[in-house]
Design a protein around this ligand. Sequence first.
Ligand SMILES: [Zn+2]
Length: 113
Amino acid sequence: MKARTMARLQRTETPHTDWCARDHRCGIDTHRAPDVIADATGGRGVITRVRAGDREYAEITIRVRLDHRDPIAVRQVGLTLHLIRRLIGAVAAVRPDALTGGASRIAIGRKAA
Ligand SMILES: [Zn+2]
């Protein structure tokens, strides 16, 4: 019996979006916008809009400065996890209709080069 060492991947190419970077960040079926950076005291967030197949999502990488004392750092990690869950829940709870119209956009920071 032959062992299969690699899964066979078949991906269907999808066209670039109006907002994707149209460069090395895009793949065959995944498209990525330029990163948006949100600097804050004690850390930084990098947010990227992504379309993978027929789904879109915001990919977020954050860096939060931790205290040098381990017990405090552990609690800070737990607090960060808690707040990330709240963030995800808050964004998911906003009805799409509430985001249409002429509401001003929240200033996030600067775009990465
Ligand atoms: Zn693209």
